[in-house]
Design a binder for this molecule. Structure first.
Ligand code: 5AD
Ligand code: SF4
Length: 446
């Protein structure tokens, strides 16, 4: 059945920062087509669900959200529905079978084709595009960038590592790096749009490689050093990294690139060597710890972050104890931890010795208690100190702004005279497990 061409849109992102970035680029594409963001997302003519497939729960959320949109085959008057992102890639046309009200299914490498797909859907044709061309789709998108004080910049997509639990190599395809020139130009466009901080994104961001303007091969450290020289960029971050791509150059950059913030998100997943092997992580507990030691020797105050999976098939009590002991050894400033979720098509889903859900729950609780205690301890060290905060968004209280410390902690500052985008010296007055509170340092302002 044909429908009107949509005039307003709403995009809902699930999952990782890459989706947040993709969502921003889709919004810019829709703006360039003359559409506008809906004031009330419940009234949008076009709803894009930009989905995540990394764990089962994330994928199931999409189907319940489609249900909530209230469009049924008997009552087709609801919005045009587009499913983007990794669920689209993984499930493809299966989505339209399970959720017949979906009009568009577009994979993460094909969303530059959305204008045509919207026209097709308006003409009553279901539109599906799941190409993984490995081509720079970004070059086909508008170059004007809308941004806040802290901006994401996707430099690399995809993954060649094939950890046995992970869908990313299938949904996002092989590792592809965007070109040096495109990235420097986009970083400058972000600065022109008001960005002070740029976070370089990639599933394996530290696997980025490319030729610089002189034809010399560079790694992520070279790109970071080039961005360090771009006027207007005050802070640089990157995520997510793989231990095997932590090159000497990148480690060194943490010591001498002033704008590179003292924060490293380096997932380890497990502290047990047999489990790391079964996960095909291609690093060991010790080789991971050696990397952290090297980074810490160069940048002693670095805040470390990680990802953990509990209950991978075959994980014994002793394996889990190794994970807990690794966590205690490292002392993470923050971390993400998940129950293992078997993903169809991945090798681990077919492994024998799947762990019962209640055992996973109990391990996850224990791990999260330890991680939360370490995070609180890390934050507690900040009380009574001063640090630079980049103010990023308004807080709930009048005159309150929320920003980030160099170590990625959220800092709530009461400062009616300051604005978003300001970098301000803050006296930290209070610390909690999730955030800090502070006041602008008057001596620094004077
Ligand atoms: N089950 C649970 N967690 C997973 N992750 C990736 N795949 C799975 C899975 N099948 C976690 C990893 C990864 C993060 C993005 O999600 O910890 O680093
Ligand atoms: Fe998934 Fe492993 Fe690649 Fe990370 S490195 S995206 S966990 S396959």
């Amino acid at each position: 059945m044909s429908m009107n061409s949509p005039k307003t849109y709403s995009i809902k992102n699930y999952g990782c920062q890459m989706n947040v970035y993709d969502g921003e680029r889709m919004a810019e594409l829709f703006d360039a087509q003359g559409m506008i963001a809906a004031d009330d997302k419940n009234d949008a003519d076009l709803v894009v669900l930009n989905t995540c497939h990394i764990r089962e729960k994330a994928a199931e959320k999409v189907y319940s959200e489609i249900g909530r949109l209230g469009k049924t085959s008997r009552n087709p008057g609801g919005p045009m529905i587009a499913i983007a992102g990794c669920v689209a890639q993984a499930e493809g046309s299966e989505i339209s079978r399970r959720a017949p009200t979906v009009d568009i299914v577009v994979g993460p490498q094909a969303y530059h084709n959305l204008p045509q797909m919207i026209a097709d859907a308006a003409a009553g044709k279901k539109a599906v595009d799941l190409d993984l061309p490995g081509l720079d789709k970004f070059s086909q998108l508008p170059s004007l960038r809308k941004t806040g004080a802290s901006a994401f910049l996707t430099v690399q997509e995809g993954c060649d590592k094939f950890c046995t639990y992970c869908v990313v190599p299938y949904t996002r395809g092989a590792e592809v790096s965007r070109s040096w020139r495109a990235l420097i130009d986009e970083a400058k466009a972000l600065v022109d749009g008001g960005a002070k901080e740029i976070t370089l994104l990639g599933q394996n961001v530290n696997a980025w490689t490319g030729e610089d303007d002189t034809g010399k091969m560079q790694g992520l450290d070279g790109l970071i050093r080039a961005l360090d020289r771009v006027e207007g960029i005050k802070r640089i971050r990157y995520m997510t990294s793989h231990p095997n791509d932590m090159t000497d150059g990148l480690i060194a950059a943490h010591g001498d690139v002033e704008k590179l913030m003292p924060f490293l998100h380096l997932p380890v997943q497990s502290g047990s060597d047999p489990i790391l092997k079964a996960m095909n992580r291609s690093h060991s507990r010790d080789s991971y710890l050696v990397i952290l030691d090297r980074v810490r020797s160069i940048r002693p105050d670095i805040a470390l972050s990680g990802d953990f999976i509990v209950g991978f098939p075959g994980e014994s009590d002793a394996d889990f104890a190794d994970t807990l002991s690794l966590v205690k050894t490292v002392g993470y400033a923050q971390a993400f931890s998940f129950k293992y979720s078997p993903r169809p098509g991945t090798p681990a889903a077919d492994m024998i010795d799947q762990i019962p859900s209640d055992v996973m729950d109990q391990r996850l609780q224990q791990l999260q208690a330890q991680l939360m205690a370490d995070q609180s301890a890390f934050n507690a060290k900040m009380a009574g100190t001063t640090c630079e905060v980049l103010l990023e968004r308004p807080g709930k209280l009048p005159g309150q702004l929320i920003g980030k410390s160099p170590w990625m902690q959220s800092v709530h500052v009461l400062a009616p005279e300051l604005g978003i985008g300001d970098i301000v010296t803050v006296d930290i007055t209070e610390s909690g497990p999730l955030s800090l509170k502070g006041e602008p340092d008057m001596r620094a302002a004077a």
